[in-house]
Design a protein around this ligand. Sequence first.
Ligand code: CO8
Length: 257
Amino acid sequence: MEHIRLDRKGGVAVITIDRQEKLNALNARVQEEITEVFAAISPGEVRAAVITGAGEKAFVAGADVGGMQEMNPLEIREFGRIGTRMMEAIETAPVPVIAAINGYALGGGLELALACDIRIAAENARLGFPEVTLGIMPGAGGTQRLPRVVGSGVARELVFTGRMIDASEAKEIGLVDRVVEEGEALEAAKELARRIARNAPLAVRNAKIAMNIARNTDLASGIEHEGDLFALLFTTEDAREGMAAFSERRKPDFRGR
Ligand code: CO8
């Protein structure tokens, strides 16, 4: 891997995008490496993941503008597909993914954060979709995921103006879930990941699948899927262990089976 660092401790994987000289901007290589890392996550070993940007200045400052300038429309279409594959790899990862937004999260960088399950931002984070100021528009899910997270009007305002917002405004509109002091986003995300990692992995995984389904379907179908995923957990050792531990007033020992 050229631009991605993967550290694993206990059940928590930390994925760091490291292209600091370009504020961690996403070229095709970075995106393919991120896709690869998420595709290789084995839920037996990893129970939660954190993704962040190297350095204190940027999470990801967007797609690589210099690289995009050189591309013809067919190449840019393929570039967009590479981006979409990365977003899907994160969104459908078999474990929760937490974005630790440690600075700029712009354009494709904010699209990446939106594909994560939970977003924690440092006070110095700046978020936005500046694409229209460059004569382009979000191209890897931004116009689809942003309205689902913050609502249609706020999403339109942000995309149409290209305005950058700070972490506290992002919290106010529900774009980030928590704001922490500058320099603390990664640690806060790891702490949350460790807490998730203590729970039964298959239960967490099925709950993630159910909530992903909720975004893409009607209520009745979603509830039907939820019922199936819920019942399926009763075939697992962890469900037996978790409920037995409760009855026996001891801590459960979850194995992910
Ligand atoms: N692409 C390429 N290089 C970048 C990018 C970027 N998005 N952002 C920063 N850099 C580079 C700068 O060119 C500079 O490099 P160099 O030193 O070689 O000139 C270096 O990073 C440091 O940046 P600055 O000197 O500009 O730092 P400042 O502190 O002055 O400014 C900003 C920081 C405000 C973040 C500024 O760098 C900026 O505005 N960056 C561009 C932000 C942007 O427009 N992002 C959106 C890009 S378009 C997009 O994301 C479309 C997504 C489409 C989907 C694709 C799939 C993911």
